[in-house]
Design a protein around this ligand. Structure first.
Ligand SMILES: C[S@@+](CC[C@H](N)C(=O)[O-])C[C@H]1O[C@@H](n2cnc3c(N)ncnc32)[C@H](O)[C@@H]1O
Length: 246
């Protein structure tokens, strides 16, 4: 038997390099957020787009080189200001938003599907599927059994399958949640910003979990201070989950 014929285990996913890069950026965020390739256009756009600077930096640590050419989906995109900012950098964007319609100037430039995951019937899957402050455990799967504030209209497993079906193989799924840290609010559902899904549930849906509920508070607060976003600059904690689609 030739040595090459011996079955070898598959090469493991590059967990270490990502972990190292993400660890570094979570512990020591960039001193110049405005100069970071993924945060700069968001900082320049200002408003709610700038609130996404932290997620841009975390995605940079996960290997996203820039917004240009990336197909990016945002579940619970709100007014779409973030999508507008990265579309101007050449990203191909799709927002999914149940409640609000985007203001009319944005409508011609970016796609926002009104509705929940059922509205996501686009043909090409995403390179990067993000959800910021929407897929929170406290919003959709409260631990204390109180009714969910946001309904996804399906089981957690079906939700993850629908998301996984819309992410390219090798693409990223990122949940980034910023929540109030005030202990007086600890019982409020929105204060629970953990990932609503266990690592096992994410894996069962076809994801390799690169980071699960990692503390991103320093990154968020640092970005907010540098970009003068007072509502995120204190009294908050942030958690990030990043997965790669098999
Ligand atoms: C707290 S806001 C976050 C908005 C934005 N991502 C941000 O970080 O500023 C949550 C958003 O998710 C939307 N949402 C709630 N349930 C949804 C669903 N099932 N499908 C799509 N969007 C949903 C809400 O309407 C709201 O705009």
């Amino acid at each position: 038997m030739k040595i090459d014929a011996i079955a070898r285990p598959p090469v493991p996913a590059p967990l270490r390099p990502l972990s190292t890069a993400l660890d570094r950026c979570l512990a020591t965020p960039p001193a110049k957020v405005r100069a970071h390739p993924l945060a700069a256009p968001l900082a320049a756009a200002g408003g709610r787009a700038a609130w996404y600077a932290d997620i841009g930096i975390a995605l940079g640590a996960a290997g996203v080189r820039g917004w240009g050419g990336a197909r990016v989906f945002d579940l619970g995109c709100g007014d779409g200001e973030f999508l507008q900012a990265i579309a101007e950098q050449g990203a191909d964007v799709v927002g999914i938003e149940k409640a609000s319609a985007p203001p009319s100037p944005l409508e011609d430039e970016i796609t926002i599907l009104k509705g929940d995951l059922s509205a996501l019937t686009v043909s090409a899957p995403a390179d990067v599927f993000i959800s910021r402050n929407t897929l929170k455990r406290g919003f959709i799967r409260p631990l204390d059994g109180t009714p969910a504030r946001f309904s996804l209209g399906r089981s957690p497993q079906a939700t993850l399958q629908a998301i996984a079906a819309n992410v390219k193989s090798g693409g990223l799924f990122c949940i980034y949640n910023v929540s109030p840290s005030d202990p007086a609010l600890a019982k409020e559902a929105h204060a629970d910003g953990h990932c609503p899904y266990t690592q096992g549930e994410l894996e069962a849906a076809g994801f390799i979990v690169l980071a699960h509920d990692r503390d991103a508070t320093t990154l968020t607060v640092d970005c907010a201070r540098q970009l003068a976003n007072p509502s995120l600059a204190s009294g908050v904690y942030a958690l990030v989950t990043i997965c790669i689609r098999r």
